[in-house]
Design a binder for this molecule. Structure first.
Ligand SMILES: [Zn+2]
Length: 264
């Protein structure tokens, strides 16, 4: 297997992966989306809510706030030593107390653990008019994306790399239309000839816009077992930690399977 980093931003990255089976790359994608445990608010106790929003709506908004997660300090409620009763190892408490007029932001939630707090402080929760008050205590627990999307650590997707070639030169008019049709700009005109840009061709997502214009002059096919893999963290975990944790979770599942077939 060959993995090459193509692009890296603060929270997202793009890899070129060669010699991997569709089943394997899909398992990694699913593990990133569904199996990485992260913190999210699960219960909210309201003391006061004078805002225009119902308690349920505010609770729903709070649930979707990404919370930076310290995986070493917390365990899943079902795996905790308290057996799910609730303790400082499996629960994070956050409190909020605001009086209007103001906009209540994620940063107004005060966390009991400085390592675990809203990842994007400027996210708005609600607005309070003059004299209105909002006071609540929220409890965040670890969970997985397969239980609820709020526990999804990030997003991952991929597509086959494409092989694009010019079989025979089209007329000038059609060549111009092909150049314009590609949203990824992989075609160029060089000395009056239609060519495929060797670097840009990596961006091809097999949208087939070009071949819809003229399928006689172009050849387009997916490269087997060669993928462009995109991954993005929602902010709960740094990108690298999220990918590593997904791979750890995959390993744990294989180990569980191995234990299961011991008796056979
Ligand atoms: Zn516990």
């Amino acid at each position: 297997m060959e993995v090459r980093l193509i692009e890296k931003g603060e929270n997202k990255a793009r890899f070129l992966v060669k010699d991997i089976t569709p089943a394997m790359i899909n398992s990694i994608r699913r593990a990133i989306i569904e199996d990485v445990p992260v913190l999210a608010i699960e219960t909210v106790e309201f003391v006061k809510n004078d805002s225009a929003m119902y308690d349920e709506m505010i609770a729903h908004r709070l649930g979707l706030l990404p919370i930076t997660t310290d995986l070493k300090s917390y365990s899943l409620p079902e795996e905790c030593t308290c057996k799910g009763a609730g303790c400082s190892r499996c629960q994070l408490k956050l409190t909020l107390k605001k009086k209007g007029p103001c906009t209540v932001y994620a940063s107004d939630l005060k966390s009991s653990d400085p390592a675990c707090k809203p990842a994007f402080p400027e996210m708005p929760i609600t607005k309070l008019m003059n004299g209105q008050e909002l006071e609540l205590t929220a409890t965040a627990i670890l969970g997985r994306g397969k239980q609820h999307a709020k526990w999804s650590a990030g997003h991952a997707y991929y597509h086959n790399r494409a092989k694009v070639s010019v079989k025979k030169q089209p007329s000038k008019d059609i060549a111009d239309r092909i150049v314009k049709s590609c949203p990824k700009k992989i075609f160029v005109m060089k000395n009056g000839k239609l060519e495929v840009d060797k670097e840009r061709v990596m961006e091809c997502t097999l949208c087939e816009q070009c071949i819809n214009i003229d399928d006689k002059s172009l050849a387009l096919e997916p490269l087997k077992n060669e993928y462009m893999f995109y991954v993005e963290s929602f902010g709960m975990l740094p990108l690298k930690e999220m990918i590593n944790e997904a791979l750890v979770q995959l390993g744990l599942m294989c180990k569980e399977f191995k234990e299961g077939i011991k008796g056979i």
